[in-house]
Design a protein around this ligand. Sequence first.
Ligand SMILES: Nc1ncnc2c1ncn2[C@@H]1O[C@H](COP(=O)(O)OP(=O)(O)OP(=O)(O)O)[C@@H](O)[C@H]1O
Ligand SMILES: [Mg+2]
Length: 99
Amino acid sequence: MNVICYATRGDLSLFITPTSLQVVVEDEGKGIPDVNLAMSEGYTTADEKIRELGFGAGMGLPNIKKNADEMILTSKFRQGTHLEFIIYLDRQESQLPFE
Ligand SMILES: Nc1ncnc2c1ncn2[C@@H]1O[C@H](COP(=O)(O)OP(=O)(O)OP(=O)(O)O)[C@@H](O)[C@H]1O
Ligand SMILES: [Mg+2]
């Protein structure tokens, strides 16, 4: 959704192995001027249109950080953003409660 809301175009790749899920999102667009600020809970630049669609709580990136085992976010201002994260399937903390 961040690519749709804040970038011009992007590629999303999903790599699946028996033990991990990895998502890599590479976009072109305005980029993120301050990645640390973008990672803080509640920070958003979402406009009215995005909020009307139910997005813009400023929780997307912090929640990825919380739920993924590894996360990398880098951005070049006015060029684009690179996000990748991995979820390991064989780790105890990644198991769903009912499993
Ligand atoms: N791919 C991107 N390109 C440019 N800016 C981005 C990108 N991803 C995030 N941002 C910036 O970082 C801010 C925080 O992103 P985050 O996903 O945490 O929250 P949000 O998208 O604003 O709201 P939510 O994800 O809760 O709907 C965004 O409001 C935007 O300013
Ligand atoms: Mg978001």
